[in-house]
Design a protein. Structure first.
Length: 502
């Protein structure tokens, strides 16, 4: 019996209703599972956010937050996002540290100068001079962070000391409270002095001075027929020249700190030293009884002996015998062989010589590894193109910091603290990793792969401005790379031990 049309319609309606109910339930389930309430902290300010993002990067993008290279982002589930999570974003700014007199850039999220100093251990602060440069105290970004989170601050300026009980203010506020004004070139630094936070102002002034610089004379050699072969005589004494330089001197609190040459004038011309050298021994006449072969050999030997007798005086001493009988006094128009030579090499025994530039010794390495390089941008190598780790150097612009190994390690450990990597395990992992990669040398160069610097970036230029000569730039890039690719130094070191690169 065929079902009625009404029955068929009722069945279709029930099926359609079931489908709608199932879809609604699925949609509700998806809505409940993807909707999240998250506590988002941006630069210290926390607010609750409702989001459907599945990861932290998407959440920040939805909130119009662009994460730069040195910014720090932390979350409950390390990138994934769940209901009730906490996400913290800190926009880093570039401060300036003064490490053993060298100005070094340091990216940080520190809320105060004292917190930044606390990134360095007490032993490191005792072993080297570490200060925070806040000369740009009126700059809203880099000069706006506090001098100290809490406690008193000692202000030292113009020989006077003032103690401010509450130091949780900017340098500009503390100086205003102390009645101290700051000039455009004055140095303003924060340092830790045995547990006391010190805000120090050093006055910078300029002046000019002059100095005389000696320019050495040259030595010339001429043939003097009145002398015996190989004999030498000073025929004109040499005299050094004098150059008067005008210098612009920078004074810090009245003490000369540096100087730059702005002009120079030659006030005394050099007088060349002239040394007469006896002519070479003439060749003996060949014996008539000797055959041509033996005569040729004799001539050659005689010539060699003659040259050897004159050689010690100078490599450029003339050896040819004059064709005419020389007079006792020099002629006005000497032959080409008698013409003084320009700056020849002086005799090793009779004329002073400058010490030659020593050949650089090969840089020491701790573990050359296998020289392999990774596609991700690092290479295992310990070779270095020069050994410059005995003393750190810098230029005033801050683009050069040839850090010693100790300075580089202290800087790196402080920068790790800014990422939250404060455990000994994390530090030991990074220390081992970069010891194997570069020996912590800023100039470590892998000739086989073009990897360069402390983290052995491949190529080195990817580290940015100052990559070739600034250890701070290299370390900052290396830590950022480790965070993005491996999450932590311990993970990077674990991978390195497996494949010998990271």
């Amino acid at each position: 019996m065929q079902p009625s049309r009404r029955t068929r319609r009722a069945r279709v309606a029930r099926i359609a209703l079931s489908v709608v109910v199932v879809c609604a339930m699925l949609a509700a389930t998806f809505f409940v599972q993807t909707r999240k309430a998250v506590a988002l902290t941006v630069n210290g300010e926390t607010r609750n956010v409702v989001t459907y993002a599945t990861n932290v990067n998407r959440l920040l993008a939805d909130e119009n937050i662009t994460v730069a290279t040195h910014d720090i982002v932390t979350s409950t589930h390390d990138g994934a996002l769940a209901n009730g999570d906490t996400v913290t974003y800190c926009q880093a700014f570039e401060s300036t540290l003064v490490i053993n007199g060298a100005q070094v850039p340091f990216w940080t999220c520190a809320s105060s100068a004292q917190q930044l100093l606390d990134y360095f251990s007490q032993n490191e602060r005792d072993a080297m001079s570490i200060k925070v440069n806040v000369s740009n105290i009126y700059n809203q970004i880099t000069g706006g962070f506090l001098v100290s989170d809490s406690g008193p601050v000692t202000v030292i300026a113009d020989g006077k000391t003032t103690v401010i009980p509450e130091g949780n203010h900017t340098a500009a506020s503390l100086l205003d409270a102390s009645g101290v004004t700051v000039g455009p070139d004055d140095l303003v630094t924060v340092e830790d002095d045995d547990g006391t936070t010190v805000l120090r102002i050093q006055r910078v002034t300029y002046g000019t001075t002059t100095q005389d610089v000696t320019t050495p004379y040259s030595t010339q050699y001429v043939t003097d027929a009145s002398l015996q072969p190989g004999e030498q005589k000073v025929e004109q004494a040499g005299q050094d020249g004098i150059v008067t330089q005008t210098l612009r001197v920078t004074y810090i609190d009245g003490v000369a700190s540096s100087s730059t040459v702005v002009s120079q004038t030659q006030t005394q011309i050099e007088v060349d030293e002239i040394i007469g050298v006896g002519p070479a021994q003439p060749d003996p006449e060949p014996s008539s009884s000797d055959d041509s072969s033996s005569g040729s050999s004799s001539d050659s030997a005689s010539s060699d002996d003659s040259n050897a007798s004159v050689a010690p005086s100078s490599p450029d001493t003339p050896t040819a015998t004059p064709t005419e009988e020389p007079s006792d006094t020099p002629t006005e128009d000497p032959s080409p062989s008698d013409t003084p030579t320009e700056d020849p090499s002086p005799s090793p025994s009779d004329a002073p010589t400058q010490d030659p530039t020593p050949e650089p010794s090969p840089a020491q390495t701790t573990d050359p590894g296998n020289g392999s390089s990774s596609n991700s941008g690092t290479s295992d190598n310990n070779n270095s193109n020069s050994d410059n780790t005995n003393s750190g150097t810098s230029d005033p612009s801050g683009t050069v910091w040839h850090a010693t190994v100790a300075e580089a390690k202290a800087y790196a450990r402080a920068a790790m603290a800014a990422y939250g990597w404060t455990s000994d395990d994390e530090w030991n992992a990074l220390e081992n990793l970069w010891t194997r990669e570069s020996g912590w040398r800023w100039d470590a160069d892998n000739p086989s792969s073009s990897a360069y610097g402390i983290p052995q970036a491949l190529p080195g230029s990817k580290m940015g401005t100052g990559w070739h000569d600034n250890a701070a730039v290299q370390i900052s890039w290396g830590l950022s790379y480790i965070r993005q690719v491996y999450g932590s130094p311990s993970n990077a070191w674990r991978i390195w031990q497996i494949r010998k690169w990271y």
